[in-house]
Design a protein around this ligand. Sequence first.
Ligand code: ATP
Length: 274
Amino acid sequence: NVNAYQEIKPENNFAFDDIGGQTIAKRELKEALDFLINSTKISQRGIRPLKGILLTGPPGTGKTLLAKASATYSDAVFLATSGSEFIEMYAGVGAQRVRKIFNTARTKAKKDNKNRAIIFIDEIDVIGGQRGSNGSHMEYDQTLNQFLVEMDGISGSDINILVIGATNRPDLLDSALLRPGRFDRQVKVDLPENDGRLEILKLHTKNKVLAKNVNLEEIADETYGFSGAHLENVTNEAAILALRENAKEIDHIHIKEAIDKVMLGEKLNNKTKN
Ligand code: ATP
């Protein structure tokens, strides 16, 4: 099977406003996307098109969400995949899958009467690791080579393609990927600060009933070091606890308990990893 990607329809209309915090990342992305939207104007000014943006940062901070929102913002065809989807035992399959996703992006964009597409590759370090390094072998190197060929070929087409890659290990990437004309923009997606945590908590409790004693500001203060994914988990666990007690509303106590639960889960997780 060479279809190692998922097409996400823009009808989802997931927007930058649905993402909490990450103000700087959003601003940098929007600027880059304005290049994609106004590509003709940009090339008339002699600026070369932006082909790749690399989102870097810890897991669960919203990199996938930012890529999705980018597609909505720029009204582009959106294809999403992960680096691990390109890895197969059989020689040549990875390279074939790379060709396929770029071709599909072009065909889909034409069919939908759009002149742009975004390809999102999570865990790009899996295919973008340093060639010739210890962990690398021929099949990985071929996949990466094909990927570089496709990125270099982007500007030869009438469809503008932007590749958004995500990784929490940018240090592992082959320097060829970071050369100008490839991933020439890096956007940091860090753990949220206090304000960001509050925004994320607000977003994820929008559809839940909170008791009057719930103070989200206080919760944001107490969840230093939590990612967006952790915070989403806290709100979900709190809702489950409330349900278990047949309570009509989520109480402060439920949230406190949920925080403990998520923290404990994280600790156990780290233990098994070490
Ligand atoms: P990974 O590196 O593990 O792929 P990621 O950075 O791509 O992680 P996402 O998949 O974007 O993380 O986020 C996972 C989930 O966590 C989201 O579906 C959402 O529920 C929640 N989340 C993470 N960050 C945010 C945020 N900034 N605002 C709102 N929700 C968030």
